[in-house]
Write a new protein. Structure first.
Length: 53
């Protein structure tokens, strides 16, 4: 189970970094506050779901 958590964390960091670099901003805190960075909030994956964690 530890392996799957690690993989999930790595994926989260990967997408967070992609979003941060593309938008040049990231919301404050560990959850929510996406209104602070509309670019980060509005990025979608190819299925129409939020790309950024």
């Amino acid at each position: 189970m530890l392996e799957s958590r690690s993989a999930r964390s790595d994926r989260c960091l990967k997408y967070c970094n992609i979003c941060c670099l593309k938008c040049n901003c990231v919301p404050s805190g560990t959850y929510g506050n996406k209104h602070e960075c509309p670019c980060y909030r509005d990025l979608k994956n190819n299925k129409g779901k939020p790309k950024c964690p």
